[in-house]
Design a protein around this ligand. Structure first.
Ligand SMILES: Cc1cc2nc3c(=O)[nH]c(=O)nc-3n(C[C@H](O)[C@H](O)[C@H](O)COP(=O)(O)OP(=O)(O)OC[C@H]3O[C@@H](n4cnc5c(N)ncnc54)[C@H](O)[C@@H]3O)c2cc1C
Length: 508
């Protein structure tokens, strides 16, 4: 009131008019001049994968009636397409998932995205469902399930039943123990979908994992955890190893949590998005009023007083109030000023090779290619040059498309040994996921004392499309909550402002 008395009558009238037009200002701000003069805040997101696009989506959902509600969201993507590690590849005119492929039935954010944006769920094809699985030790198949070449439901059921019996004979009760281990992890993970009222906003990965009961799983290896759960060494060395090699390109020495997530990805009911999982990112971005800058690689992020300056390789400069890093920082070269500090982390490279042609049955000691299982998994032996090979599509008895994962690039000589015919070969080198260790260490979600955030700190827990979405959702809440605190402390010290802001804060 004292301040107002010093203003000219014209200014007073103008301010009163503005206050009347904006009831929120009247209620929430002790100093309407500063608030009204400010342009809407700018949130900059580096990376257009499922993590970055989820941050944008949830920011729009959660910032209504906060200072961020009018924010501009800028998203930067170094490539010419969105989606990041969700990407398809085209082989002979057919499209296949090349990166993040399968989703779990309880991946509830992904399920919601698909429903919300009218995308189509793709269930496993007949080939995938009736596939025989073989475990290759470098010399022979130590275990093979039965495949069904006849697509008759009754026959399928018998084959599936036979496989269950066959698996039980080999691995016994350990299979049930493994299933309990996975279910327990999933039950804990489901806490991340609880209501906003009962779920805190997490400002660290450790806090987020401790709250759901998953933290201890990151402190021990999968091997230790499964031994503790009394799984037989045979099951761990065979089936579990095959799964961790397929899903993370790594052995059972990964952390217990990454291992449990990997095992969950081998169960039933798995699905993907028809036409490509990357469409989830595309839809999230399109529906979140985002200004998308494709082919815009960010090279530096500098904190200059009360904003960030982002510079791109093209020489463009962007001014941001909030900066969100939504990509693993381990292999990208972004200069931060002042420097940030995160634990060193290496990425596991997975070389995905797609081949149209025919496998060489002789490589596997077989006479006919039909004897080779449709999915060949492998044991942990440095002499085995691939992690897995699977049939993606059968065009005929001697013409198929395969997907192979290796830890090293697949040389032509290796491919010539493995395949008797190749008409097309496509290679992708992925900096795929973190190399998991136990005990795991985590980078901070908040990289400085201001508004620089790191979504992919959560990837050291587990790397999946859904975990990126879960981390993105928490990040959006964290940003809104912290931004409100900043706004309330910087805009005015009046008690009105404080009570208004803290009300919004507690809603998050
Ligand atoms: C081969 C493979 C198989 C997988 N299988 C599965 C699976 O079956 N199921 C599953 O759930 N998950 C799977 N994953 C993991 C899953 O794909 C990832 O965890 C998830 O997609 C990560 O999303 P993200 O948004 O966090 O990161 P990303 O998808 O990596 O997005 C980061 C984005 O940032 C961009 N970027 C990087 N640096 C800059 C810069 N300086 N400036 C601008 N843009 C930049 C990148 O180009 C990229 O688009 C797999 C991954 C791989 C590689």
């Amino acid at each position: 009131m004292t301040k107002m008395m010093n203003l000219s009558p014209e200014t007073v009238s103008l301010l009163l008019l503005l206050a009347l037009l904006s009831p929120t200002l009247l209620l929430c701000s002790g100093d309407s001049t500063t608030v009204e003069d400010e342009s809407p805040p700018t949130v900059c997101i580096i990376g257009s994968g499922i993590g970055g696009s989820s941050v944008a989506h949830f920011l729009r959902n959660y910032s209504a009636s906060t200072a961020l509600s009018r924010s501009r969201i800028l998203m930067f993507e170094r490539h010419e397409r969105v989606g990041g590690r969700m990407r398809t590849v085209t082989v002979s005119g057919d499209t296949f998932e090349a990166g993040g492929s399968i989703l779990h039935p309880k991946n509830y954010h992904a399920r919601d995205f698909v429903k919300r944006f009218n995308l189509t769920v793709r269930s496993p094809t007949a080939i995938e469902e009736s596939s025989a699985v073989g475990i290759w030790d470098g010399k022979r198949f130590v275990f093979k399930t039965f495949g069904s070449s006849v697509k008759i439901p009754f026959v399928d059921k018998i084959v599936s039943w036979l496989n269950d019996v066959y698996m039980f004979v080999r691995y016994g009760l350990s299979l049930l123990r493994m299933s309990n281990f996975i279910e327990n992890m999933i039950d804990n993970f489901l806490k991340y979908y609880e209501s906003l009222e009962s779920r805190p906003v997490f400002d660290s990965v450790e806090g987020m994992l401790k709250w759901s009961g998953l933290y201890n799983l990151t402190k021990v290896t999968l091997l230790e955890k499964l031994s503790e759960a009394q799984l037989s060494p045979l099951l761990v060395n065979e089936l579990v190893t095959v799964i961790t090699r397929i899903n993370y390109g790594q052995s059972v020495l990964i952390s217990g949590l990454a291992g449990a997530v990997s095992l969950a990805g081998s169960g039933g009911g798995l699905w993907s998005v028809e036409g490509g999982n990357w469409q989830m990112a595309e839809k999230l971005i399109n529906h979140s009023d985002v200004t998308l800058h494709l082919n815009e690689q960010i090279e530096s992020v500098s904190h200059l007083g009360d904003y960030y300056e982002l510079k791109s390789a093209k020489g463009n400069i962007f001014k941001c109030d909030v900066t969100v890093v939504s990509t693993p920082l381990d292999e990208v070269d972004i200069q931060f000023s002042p420097a940030i500090s995160i634990p060193k982390r290496e990425l596991q490279h997975t070389h995905a090779t797609f081949v149209r042609g025919l496998l060489n049955p002789g490589y596997f000691g077989m006479k006919s290619v039909s004897d080779v299982p449709a999915l060949v998994g492998t044991l942990e032996d440095p002499l085995i040059p691939f992690s897995c090979i699977s049939i993606l599509r059968k065009y005929g008895a001697t013409d198929m498309t395969y997907k192979m994962f290796t830890r090293q690039p697949a040389s032509d000589s290796l491919l010539d040994e493995l395949f008797s015919a190749r008409t097309e070969t496509v290679r992708i080198d992925w900096g795929a996921y973190p190399k998991y260790h136990a005990p795991e260490v985590f980078a901070p979600f908040i990289l400085d004392d201001h508004h620089l955030y790191y979504v992919n700190a959560f990837e050291n827990a587990a790397s999946t499309m859904e975990t990126s979405a879960v981390a993105g959702e928490n990040m959006a809440r964290l940003i809104v909550s912290r931004f409100m605190t900043k706004e309330s402390s910087s805009s005015s010290p009046s008690s009105d402002t404080k009570s208004c802001s803290s009300g919004l804060h507690s809603d998050m």
